[in-house]
Design a protein around this ligand. Sequence first.
Ligand code: MG
Length: 399
Amino acid sequence: MPQQARRIAILGSTGSIGTQTLDVVQRLGGRIEIVALAAHRNIALLAEQARRWDVRHLCVADEETAARLSGEAVPPGSVVYSGRDGLTSVATLPDVDTVVVAVAGAVGIEATHAAIASGKTIALASKEVLVAAGEHTMQLAREHGTSIVPIDSEHSAIFQCLQGAPPGSVAELILTASGGPFLRATVEQMREATPDEALRHPTWNMGGLVTVNSATLMNKGLEIIEACRLFNMPPDRVHTLIHPQSIVHSLIRFVDGSVLAQMGLPDMRLPIQYALLYPERLDTGLPRLELADWSPLTFEQPDDERFPAISIAREALAAGGTMPAVMNGANEEAVAMFLERRLRFFGIMEVVHAVMNAHVPGPARYAEILTADRWARSMARSLVDGPQDCDNGTAGSAA
Ligand code: MG
């Protein structure tokens, strides 16, 4: 009997995860049908994707962009949505089974919650959904019996290792980190690090924010929070390990001491395919890992002194409520200022910590999360811009 195609909506189709998702859909032949595509402002690529896949539900950032998209060659009869409401509309279309959430920023939270409430399976790449709104998201998923299948490679690894694990059998989750471009750098080198150096990731090819987050290890800090939420694990049972080759994507340790790892090439298409097909597995011709080519695989403890991001993330997790959202918002803004060369590398974490110290966490409901996110961003900016003039472009106590 031929398998029925899974019908998906991709939120963030023109980004790094979105375009790789389309590559996987191509490899899966007729197994996946794309019902809706949402992008921010890259209308040329969105229109091209819509034509290629004959997708007639399209969403963009705002009404003005929607008007411009309607002027592009989109499939006849296309419905163009825009803004937050539009994103929620495409995430809850009755024809959609699975929603791939790969949008940048807090904008994805509301649409994801609506999709969960309408019974969609969530293939989740956006970190904000679990970092800023993790408790609320997981509670909604439990209430509606919805599966959230992670696309993030570490969480996909843990999710795969957990298949068939009896309740109460897992002692510890171990997230691996490549260590980023500054793994072997001295404090002095890191102090002077330029955006170009921070953007030179040794193993993964990703967007600017995620790459800088790998250089500071904030990416791992965010992933600790994600893992605690997604797998309902207390923070003291989620650990990190530096693994420069990025072949072991993460591990779990059972109560009897046995350790299970998931391995693969550093290629996001595999976790994407797993999330789209879960729990099924298919050969789609993705490149194979030959372990002998990657010898030796090495592991080491992260250096907290040069990389304070992990302990900062643990602080945010312990404070709870809106604090992880504040940490995330402040970090995104600080990274942007670093890329604008207005903040030095170590200044990123100094700004994040200073913003957190100025925040009193409240309950993490959607409205409060958005308010906290906005406040954290403007606070981060004001810490660097300050009331005084910045004559050398790196002024302020954080520089
Ligand atoms: Mg990751």
